[in-house]
Design a binder for this molecule. Structure first.
Ligand code: HEM
Length: 231
């Protein structure tokens, strides 16, 4: 059982934000790998989605777990951010820069809010089929949910595809700083390891951006098409 005093301390809150952040990065990576099967053709992505669906109650446990983790992450991150602002006091921009705050760190709250907005839209788009109901319930020749065609038709609307790429940019900014902060929270960013871990954070965030953005970009460029998978 977690000690309430620990949860109220700055160190405790940082730990909670870090651990929940790590779990969310785990989901982002797993979701990316699953989505990348789109490049193997409709059969691969639809089979993957069908396998997830067949998990039944286990899928719901994972979904509810993910939601709880995301809520805890957001609530504790807001608390930390309010505390940090109060502790910093009304300092000017020049002073904040001298503290070594990177641009990504300063935009954590903004990128976090944009990410939340993206996730709400994304669930309405592909999970609940609210924004584009006509493409939400298609079936493939094996009578599976045709996730492949839903995604390709979804991204053939260029503004939607560009919106996703912009959202992925904010995701990668958020992750880049988040990963560095996580290393800091567990005391790994000493003089020797600090720059290397900072670099590692940037590389992981960059790969996540490239991986996710590749999907809407491939659709816009006509590499992924509805008729025969890849051109
Ligand atoms: C190009 C980028 C992305 C694509 C193509 C994509 C695709 C999809 C699809 C097709 C589904 C519905 C799966 C189904 O109903 O079988 C889905 C669900 C979901 N996606 Fe994404 N996604 C992308 C990026 C993201 C990102 C960056 C996040 C989180 C930061 C995310 C979070 C989720 C969540 C939470 C669900 C609901 C999972 C569930 O409960 O079934 N997605 N995504």
């Amino acid at each position: 059982m977690l000690n309430p005093a620990f949860l109220r301390s700055s160190v405790g809150r940082k730990a909670i934000v870090g651990i929940t952040g790590l779990l969310l990065i785990g989901f982002v990576l797993a979701h990316l790998l699953g989505n990348l099967t789109i490049f193997l053709g409709p059969g691969a992505l639809n089979a993957y989605a069908e396998k997830l669906r067949h998990l039944g109650p286990l899928l719901w446990v994972a979904r509810i777990g993910l939601l709880v983790v995301a809520i805890v992450h957001v609530v504790f991150a807001i608390k930390l951010s309010i505390e940090n602002r109060a502790a910093r006091g009304p300092v000017g921009y020049a002073q904040q820069r001298s503290l070594g705050t990177s641009a990504a760190a300063k935009t954590m709250a903004l990128s976090g809010i944009l990410l939340l907005t993206f996730i709400v839209y994304h669930l309405a788009h592909f999970t609940f089929g609210l924004t584009h109901p006509a493409i939400a319930h298609l079936k493939d020749p094996l009578q599976r949910h045709d996730v492949y065609t839903m995604v390709v038709l979804g991204f053939q609307q260029t503004p939607v595809a560009i919106g996703y790429v912009i959202a992925m940019f904010f995701l990668s900014r958020h992750l880049s700083h988040g990963i560095q902060s996580m290393f800091q929270s567990i005391g790994l960013n000493d003089e020797r390891h600090g720059p290397l871990l900072e670099q590692a954070g940037r590389v992981i965030a960059g790969l996540i951006f490239i991986g996710y953005s590749a999907i809407p970009m491939a659709v816009i460029c006509g590499f992924l098409t509805v008729s025969g998978g890849r051109r």
